[in-house]
Design a protein around this ligand. Structure first.
Ligand SMILES: *[C@@H]1O[C@H](CO)[C@@H](O)[C@H](O)[C@H]1NC(C)=O
Ligand SMILES: *[C@@H]1O[C@H](CO)[C@@H](O)[C@H](O)[C@H]1NC(C)=O
Ligand SMILES: *[C@@H]1O[C@H](CO)[C@@H](O)[C@H](O)[C@H]1NC(C)=O
Ligand SMILES: *[C@@H]1O[C@H](CO)[C@@H](O)[C@H](O)[C@H]1NC(C)=O
Ligand SMILES: CC(=O)N[C@H]1CO[C@H](CO)[C@@H](O)[C@@H]1O
Length: 434
């Protein structure tokens, strides 16, 4: 093939990849992550910390040099992997897990109440093209001191959707550095542990979308933002004295859309929802709802655009043109949506149920103040019922019943094959579950 023709074919392949969303309905800066598409399927078959069949083995096999086409430079990267689960339950990890590039983690495939990774945190630093859905990462006091539940210090093109993240010893979900094209959608970021008790830094010029997610029970940084950010249809509940949405406090320039969010004060809340802005924080703000009186009734109001409400930021007259939600909800519709489906909600665990029903549901009256998640009222990360995986005769990750109903052969290992709609067969299965 002549170089010209090769380039044309590659360009076509790249643009057709780029057009496909991470999954139907994916939104925001990370919506086009390709995850493990085009690679093989890894079935997690046990809850062990490490070893064959474990989550750690599935997600953290190191990068390697791959044979490249002629004329193209050699690059080290990892075989893409789509990770599915034939077990549900608690995965108790001692050391941190480092997630590699080009990976799809489909927590929604786990039977029973799904998967909780507990005991330490998870790093996505250095990764690119990850899709992470319907899984719980709960670090806890035995995790490494000074570390986050989820850390991204560099990397690109990642989407976290319906993920429950809690109990970070430093930050809970932190993005800080040379990081591009990230979406956090329909997720819960909860209970950063004292004494730091932080939701997280969201500091990068590469673009982070935070959509329909819940920040709850963090003293500060719910989140703390610098750089390019969109914050749309989220709920922030019971932030503490350190601040709710912290609109940058450094000289670095920021460009943010802050639209249709809900801020509800709780027992720990003593400050207004926006703090610490400065003239470098350029922002379009609109339709943010605030209910400060902790009386168990939704009786707040929409904040007007004034420095009294938003700290001293540089207001913009028009929105930044960011990849954003298909449907912008009203703040109170966003609250209902978050209550109904934020986090790993295919089967909510006891922790998220408590946070959503007892705390957020109290509309200001109840909020946990915790430094030890194993103590009352949280009582640790479990139990998580394991359930039973459906029969999968060819062990390709797609159950027989689905294969029979959708015209693939339950006796042929064909789940990694790309279907006519551009997704792998296994992706069409995992996307059908939620
Ligand atoms: C998982 O851990 C159990 C208990 O330590 C052990 O018996 C089993 O062999 C491990 N499984 C694998 C696949 O390593
Ligand atoms: C997790 O493992 C640690 C170390 O083995 C153990 O002390 C702890 O009880 C385990 N926690 C859970 C919830 O299983
Ligand atoms: C981020 O996404 C944009 C739009 O899809 C793309 O042009 C850019 O290359 C991406 N950045 C990185 C670092 O991959
Ligand atoms: C299925 O095929 C893939 C290659 O497409 C291979 O990596 C995998 O090991 C096979 N799985 C089984 C259970 O044979
Ligand atoms: C869960 C948790 O750590 N919550 C903290 C949130 O912030 C308040 C106010 O500072 C603390 O009292 C809580 O402990």
């Amino acid at each position: 093939m002549r170089p010209f023709a090769l380039a044309t074919v590659l360009a076509a392949a790249i643009s057709s990849c780029a057009a496909l969303l991470a999954f139907p309905g994916a939104e925001g800066f990370g919506a086009q992550s390709t995850g493990g598409r085009g690679g093989s399927v890894y079935i997690v078959t046990n809850l062990n910390d490490s070893g064959a069949g474990s989550f750690r083995d599935a997600v953290s096999q190191p990068n390697r040099v791959r044979q490249q086409l002629p004329l193209l430079p050699t690059v080290a990267h990892r075989d893409p992997k789509i990770v599915v689960f034939a077990v549900g339950g608690l995965i108790n990890i001692s050391s941190r897990i480092v997630v590699s590039s080009r990976i799809t983690i489909a927590g929604q495939t786990a039977p029973g109440q799904g998967i909780t990774v507990y005991g330490n945190g998870v790093s996505y630093s250095g990764a690119s093209n990850t899709i992470t859905r319907y899984i719980r990462y709960r670090m806890g006091i035995s995790g490494d001191s000074g570390k986050d539940t989820i850390t991204i210090a560099n990397g690109a093109n990642m989407i976290f959707d319906h993920v429950s993240v809690s109990w970070g010893r430093d930050e809970t979900f932190s993005i800080n550095g040379d990081v591009s094209n990230i979406t956090i959608s329909d997720s819960i970021i909860a209970q950063g542990l004292e004494t730091h008790s932080c939701g997280g830094l969201i500091q990068t010029d590469g673009g982070v979308s935070i959509i329909r997610s819940l920040y709850i029970d963090n003293k500060t940084r719910n989140p703390k933002v610098k750089g390019v950010n969109e914050f749309v249809n989220n709920v922030v509940y019971n932030w503490g004295g350190g601040g709710g949405y912290i609109a940058g406090d450094s000289d670095g320039p920021s460009y943010a859309n802050i639209l249709n969010n809900v801020f509800i004060s709780g027992p720990s809340t003593s400050v207004s929802p926006f703090t610490r802005g400065n003239a470098n924080f350029h922002t379009y703000v609109s339709n943010n709802y605030y209910d400060p009186n902790q009386d168990g009734v939704l009786d707040g109001w929409i904040l007007s655009q004034s420095t009294a409400n938003y700290s001293p930021v540089d207001f913009q007259a028009t929105k930044y043109n960011y990849p954003t939600v298909g449907t912008l909800l009203s703040p109170l519709d966003a609250l209902n949506k978050v209550k109904a489906s934020a986090g790993a909600s295919k089967s909510r665990d006891r922790v998220d149920t408590y946070l959503i029903n007892a705390e957020l549901g109290s509309l200001g009256k109840v909020g946990a103040t915790i430094s030890d998640p194993t103590a009352s009222p949280m009582n640790g990360p479990g139990p998580i019922s394991g359930g039973t995986a459906p029969v999968d005769t060819d062990k390709d990750g797609i159950p027989d019943a689905y294969e029979t109903a959708h015209g693939t052969d339950p006796k042929v290992n064909d789940s990694a094959k790309i279907a006519s709609n551009g997704y792998a067969n296994i992706e069409n299965y995992i996307n059908s579950l939620v």
